[in-house]
Design a protein around this ligand. Structure first.
Ligand code: ATP
Length: 455
C-alpha cells in the first residue's frame, strides 16, 4: 500500500521537476538524487523557514558555516572514527551487503518476532537464499578522502554538522558577544557511507543537515532540552505536517549524548514504519570536554556573576533537510474530485504545501494565447516577480493549467480573461478551496501580500 504512495511521489517528483535520479544518463549513482527547478525551490524554502525560526527570528542564536572537510584529529576527539559505524552482514550466495539493523527490522515487521541468532531464518531480500549471512562486522560510515599531493593528507567529509559548531564555540562566543544560554546554527552538506541507501530521499549517502547547537549553563541543559523538543515538534506542525503523523521517540543515546529524542514521521516504509526527521540530544559537557582535552583549547565560559569558569553543556537538534523534503511532499499529497469544463468531475492531484514552502507562489495565466492578453499577462507576471516566485503559462486549456499548478502546490492562480482589458481586473483562484475572486489589478499585489504573508 505504502510503496504505492512512495512510487507516486517519486514519479511526480521526476515528472514535474522536483527530484531526478542523480546523473541519470550514466550508470552507477543508485540512491543519489538531483534536485530539479521545483525541488531546489522547495528545499530552499524549508531551509529558509528553519533559518528564520531558529536564527533571524531569535536574539539568542547566531549562524555559522563550517568547513565540510576536516582532518582526523577532530573526528578522533569527537569519537566518530571509533564509534560512527554499524554492523554489516553479507549474503554469501549473492554477495549483497546489508545493515543488520535493517534486515532485523524488516523481518520483525513481517513475522512479528525477532529473527533467530545469526539471521539463520532470514531470506536474503535480493536473491532469496535463506540464512547464508556472514557474521556481522562493523562498517564505518565515515567517508574519507585525501587532500593535496605529496604527501596526500588523509581527511574526512563531515558526517554531521554539530562537531564543527562545537569546535567554534570560543570563536563565536567572543565575536558574537554571547554568553550561555545561546545557540549556533548551521545548514550544510554531510556525507555518510550508508550500507544501503533506500526509500528515495529517506536514506542517501549525501544529504543536508540543519543543526542547532545550544550552549547552556551546566544545570540548565535538561530544561533547554525539553524546550527544544517542544519547539522543534511545533515547527513541523506549524508548517503543515499532520500532528497524527508525528511522534516523539526516546532513542538509545549515541556515544556522545545523555538523552536523545527523535522527532519521527509516519513514513510507513517496510522495515521503517516511523522514521526520524530530527534528533534532539542533551549531550551534557562531554563533547566540550573531549575537544578541550584533545586540542588543548580553552572552551570554558567565564561567568562574571559567579567569578568562575565552567564548560557549557550542549543541547543539539539535528534535522535532515532531504528527509524533510520527502516528509513535506508525502504529507501534502492529496487527491480529490474537481469539476471539469464539461460539467463532470475529474481526479485532481493537489500538493497542499504550506504557502511558505510552495515552490511557485503565483501562476499568471492568460485565458488564451492572444495578442491582447499574453503581453499584458507577461508584464503582470514580471511586476509580481519583484515579490514572489511567479510562473507564466499560456499553453493549453485553462483547466489543464490549473491542474498543473495544483499538482506542484501553487497557492494562487491569476487569470486574465477577455474582460480584463476593459475592467482592469483578474480572477484569483485559491488552490485548496478552488474559490475564485475578481480582484482589480491595482489591488492585486496587496491582495496577495496579505494572503502570502511570510512566504
Ligand atoms: P537513521 O537512524 O535514520 O539512520 P540517524 O539516527 O543516524 O538516522 P542522526 O545522526 O540523528 O540520524 O541525524 C539527524 C537527522 O539526519 C536524521 O533524523 C535524518 O533526518 C537525517 N539523516 C540521517 N541519516 C540520513 C541519510 N542517510 N539520508 C538522509 N537523511 C539522513
Amino acid at each position: 500500500m505504502y510503496a504505492d504512495r512512495l512510487d507516486v511521489i517519486t514519479g511526480l517528483a521526476k515528472r514535474r521537476g522536483f527530484v531526478f535520479p542523480a546523473s541519470e544518463i550514466y550508470p552507477g549513482a543508485r540512491g543519489a538524487w538531483d534536485y530539479g527547478p521545483l525541488g531546489v525551490e522547495l528545499k530552499n524554502n524549508i531551509k529558509r523557514q528553519w533559518w528564520r525560526t531558529l536564527v533571524t527570528g531569535r536574539d539568542d542564536v547566531v549562524g555559522l558555516d563550517a568547513s565540510v572537510i576536516a582532518g582526523p584529529a577532530m573526528w578522533e576527539a569527537s569519537g566518530h572514527t571509533q564509534h560512527f559505524a554499524e554492523p554489516l552482514t553479507e549474503c554469501q550466495a549473492c554477495q549483497r551487503c546489508y545493515a543488520v539493523a535493517a534486515l532485523t527490522a524488516q523481518f520483525t515487521e513481517l513475522h512479528g518476532r525477532s529473527p533467530a541468532p545469526g539471521l539463520s531464518d532470514v531470506n536474503c531480500p535480493d536473491c532469496g537464499t535463506r540464512g547464508t549471512f556472514t557474521d556481522p562486522r562493523m562498517f564505518s560510515a565515515l567517508l574519507s578522502t585525501s587532500l593535496g599531493p605529496n604527501p596526500p593528507t588523509p581527511s574526512y567529509l563531515r558526517p554531521e554538522g554539530t562537531t564543527g559548531i562545537i569546535c567554534n564555540f570560543a570563536n563565536v562566543q567572543q565575536t558574537a558577544r554571547k554568553k550561555p544560554p545561546f545557540g549556533v546554527a548551521q545548514i550544510g552538506q554531510v556525507f555518510r557511507n550508508e550500507i544501503a541507501p533506500n526509500n528515495f530521499l529517506f536514506r542517501t549517502r549525501e544529504f543536508e543537515q540543519a543543526d542547532l547547537v545550544f550552549f547552556t549553563q551546566p544545570d540548565a541543559s535538561a530544561e533547554w532540552h525539553q524546550y527544544w523538543i517542544d519547539a522543534r515538534m511545533q515547527w513541523y506542525v506549524d508548517l503543515g505536517i499532520n500532528k497524527d503523523h508525528l511522534r516523539l521517540m526516546e532513542i538509545a543515546p549515541a556515544h556522545s549524548s545523555e538523552r536523545s529524542i527523535n522527532v519521527e514521521y509516519h513514513f510507513d516504509f517496510v522495515g521503517a514504519e516511523w522514521g526520524g526527521l530530527e534528533a534532539i540530544s542533551n549531550r551534557s559537557d562531554r563533547d566540550m570536554q573531549a575537544h578541550a582535552k584533545a586540542s588543548g583549547a580553552d572552551l570554558t565560559h567565564y561567568d562574571q556573576e559567579k567569578s568562575n569558569r565552567w564548560l557549557p553543556h550542549v543541547v543539539s537538534a539535528s534535522a535532515g533537510i532531504n528527509r524533510a523534503v520527502l516528509c513535506f511532499l508525502l504529507d501534502a499529497y492529496s487527491e480529490d474530485m474537481a469539476r471539469n469544463a464539461k460539467g463532470g468531475t475529474d481526479k485532481r492531484v493537489v500538493l497542499k504545501l504550506d504557502y511558505r514552502l510552495a515552490p511557485i507562489k503565483v501562476a499568471v495565466l492568460p485565458l488564451s494565447r492572444n495578442p491582447e492578453l499574453s503581453p499584458r499577462a507577461r508584464s503582470l507576471a514580471d511586476a509580481l516577480r519583484g515579490s514572489w516566485n511567479v510562473e507564466f503559462d499560456d499553453a493549453g486549456a485553462i483547466g489543464r493549467r490549473y491542474r498543473r499548478q495544483d499538482e506542484i502546490g501553487t497557492p494562487y492562480c491569476v487569470t486574465l480573461d477577455f474582460a480584463t482589458p476593459n475592467d482592469n481586473a483578474v480572477t484569483v483562484r485559491e488552490r485548496d478551496s478552488m474559490s475564485q475572486e475578481r480582484v482589480s489589478v491595482d489591488q492585486l499585489e496587496g491582495y496577495l501580500n496579505t494572503r502570502l504573508r511570510g512566504a
